[in-house]
Write a protein that binds this ligand. Structure first.
Ligand SMILES: *Cc1c(COP(=O)(O)O)cnc(C)c1O
Length: 394
């Protein structure tokens, strides 16, 4: 029997992202649970070494989550009261909150409408004598224009902390993300490329940042005999900075190490699904498929389809809700950060960045994760076509 006209595309909601954990990952975790260390043991250093090597960095310091890692990077960079740090408004809250944690002021530079990444010209326009750092975000997995951003930072003496929560496995100009900025953050939240449940990391080549990140993650305390100011005996430790307990566990690190071995396959699958989407939507007037900068090789955390408002008779909200009715777990990434009530209370303008506003009006994130089946991908395409037919002004 044929499906009735008004049947939903799917019986069950397809989420926009989710983890892929297999028996090998589970065995790696169980192995740690049976061993001597569930935290502060050898699995953490093993994960950090493998990760640093994979992304072309000298050091990696794993944290309890990506937000804590960004906080650590701002601390390592010396961000404090009176300092300004430039970031993108189209990002998750953590990219700018990390500046607030340190008493600094986030400054939002507008995005490019094609890539949805921060615009290096807009960054240049926001630099003042107070600017200390730039936090570019590799939105959706596509690296920001790191060559131009690094050149600008060098010229103006700024630190660059790349928020690559979306971009593990991506590259720019043939170089892996992780080897481009002064410090780079990756997140291991379950919707990201690999997961540790919660988790994050900073990678860097810089010895001073590395030492400061280690201190910050562990209460600002050290037992290193070369750094101690005094030494009362073998039990002795000293606190040199106000740090936090931002440690990851060995249980998580074992999962992360096992997941890292699958990264190449995960990224390949994400790229393949993105290609299928783009081929399916490319000819549909009014839909804008994600533009790729010629130097960027995205690892495709998100697939954001833009619905040009003047080409549809429904609002973005109606289109979004119609896709959800088809049980497609669409999402919106992101609400421009300066619009948040907390930021408004700090005095930020609710319409500060015109391109970010224009982007936000039209963006809908489609499901994209490596464990999606070909049927899942077909369902998404069918639902988009169905909703498109309903709302497009042709
Ligand atoms: C996920 C994410 C973070 C924060 O990572 P957590 O591990 O969830 O704390 C920061 N920035 C961006 C852009 C993210 O997507």
């Amino acid at each position: 029997m044929n499906k009735p006209e008004d049947a939903k595309t799917r019986e069950q909601l397809l989420p926009y992202g989710r983890q892929w954990i297999d028996e090998e990952d589970i065995a790696a975790v169980v192995n740690v649970l049976r061993g001597d260390f569930v935290t502060q043991g050898p699995a953490i250093a093993a994960f950090e070494r493998a990760l640093a090597e994979r992304v072309g960095a000298r050091y990696a310091v794993a944290f309890s989550n990506g937000t804590a890692a960004l906080h650590g990077a701002c601390f390592a960079a010396g961000i404090g009261p009176g300092d300004e740090v430039i970031t993108s408004p189209i990002t998750f809250l953590a990219s700018s909150n990390c500046v607030l944690y340190c008493g600094g002021r986030p400054v939002f530079a507008d995005i490019r409408l094609d890539t949805s990444n921060i615009d290096p010209d807009a960054i240049a326009g926001q630099i003042t004598e107070r600017t200390r750092a730039i936090i570019p975000v590799d939105f959706a997995g596509q690296p920001a224009e790191m060559d131009r951003i690094m050149a600008l930072a060098k010229e103006r003496g700024l630190v660059v902390i790349e928020d690559a929560a979306h971009a593990l496995g991506a590259s720019y100009d043939g170089r892996p993300v992780g080897s481009l900025a002064d410090m780079t953050m990756f997140s291991f939240h379950p919707v990201k490329h690999i997961t540790t449940g919660e988790g994050g990391v900073i990678v860097t080549d810089n010895d001073t940042y590395y030492e400061r990140l280690l201190l910050f993650r562990n209460h600002g305390m050290t037992r290193d005999p070369e750094k101690l100011l005094a030494n009362d005996g073998p039990w002795y430790y000293e606190m040199h900075e106000l740090g936090y307990n931002y440690r990851i566990t060995d249980i998580q690190a074992a999962l992360g190490l096992s997941q890292l071995g699958k990264l190449d396959r995960f990224v390949e699958l994400r790229r393949s699904i993105a290609r299928t989407y783009t081929e399916a939507f490319a000819g549909m007037e009014g839909l804008v498929v994600p533009y790729q900068h010629p130097k960027a090789n995205s690892s495709w955390h998100l697939y954001v389809l833009r619905w040009e408002p003047e080409r549809f008779r429904g609002t973005r909200r109606e289109i979004f809700e119609s896709l959800r009715e088809e049980n497609i777990g669409v999402n919106v990434h992101y609400i421009p950060v300066y619009r948040q009530p907390y930021y408004r209370r700090l005095g930020y303008d609710a319409k500060a960045c015109p391109n970010a506003e224009r982007y936000y009006e039209s963006a809908i994130t489609l499901p994209l994760f490596p464990k999606m089946t070909p049927e899942d991908v077909r369902d998404v395409i069918r639902a988009v076509r169905k909703v498109y037919e309903r709302f497009a002004i042709l």
